[in-house]
Write a protein that binds this ligand. Structure first.
Ligand code: S3P
Length: 170
């Protein structure tokens, strides 16, 4: 059994949480999500944190969360918010897996989801798709650079994605 954590990074809506949850029954990893942890300590949704206190405060909470993950977790799949990759200590948390997909493919899949409205509404940085695309283009190289492993998820074949991640993080 590996003691090492696996951190899933990638753009908003690419499916980090879904992939993390799919890995659990196929392995002995536990799964946790950084946005869920932040919502739990603040007792507020991410959207409300952005509205009440602004993005910089949210990033402070992400930092706190990153430090806690490094200190407290092992053998865990950590799905992260799309901006978490910027945390200074991310390399010390575990193996970083970048879930890669084109911007249009991500938006198309979000639009086709049964709970599509909710998926857009909960993400303040997806309000304006033009700005979101700029953010994507700005981040795409940075995701690649920080990643130990890049997995393309455009086909959204979840069994293949889980298998590939588990094989490559060994
Ligand atoms: C953000 C992504 C969101 C959430 C917050 C900011 C980002 O998480 O952390 O709205 O900066 O990309 P998801 O990637 O799960 O949407």
């Amino acid at each position: 059994m590996s003691e090492k954590n696996v951190i899933l990074i990638g753009f908003m809506g690419v499916g980090k949480g879904t992939v993390a949850r799919a890995i659990v029954p196929a392995s002995d990893y536990f799964a946790i999500d950084t946005d869920d942890l932040i919502e739990s300590i603040e007792n507020k949704k991410v959207k409300k944190i952005f509205e009440d206190s602004g993005e910089p405060y949210f990033r402070v909470l992400e930092k706190k969360c990153a430090l806690w993950c490094e200190k407290s977790l092992k053998n865990t799949i950590i799905s992260t918010g799309g901006g978490f990759y910027k945390q200074e200590n991310i390399k010390d948390i575990g193996t970083i897996v970048y879930l890669q997909s084109g911007f249009d493919r991500i938006i198309e899949a979000l639009k086709a989801a049964p709970n599509s409205k909710k998926k857009f509404k909960k993400r303040p940085l997806l309000n304006d798709l033009k700005e979101a695309k700029e953010l994507y283009l700005q981040r795409v190289k940075e995701y690649e650079n920080v990643a130990d492993i890049t997995v393309n998820v455009e086909d959204w074949d979840i069994d293949r994605i889980v298998k590939e991640i588990l094989e490559r993080v060994k």
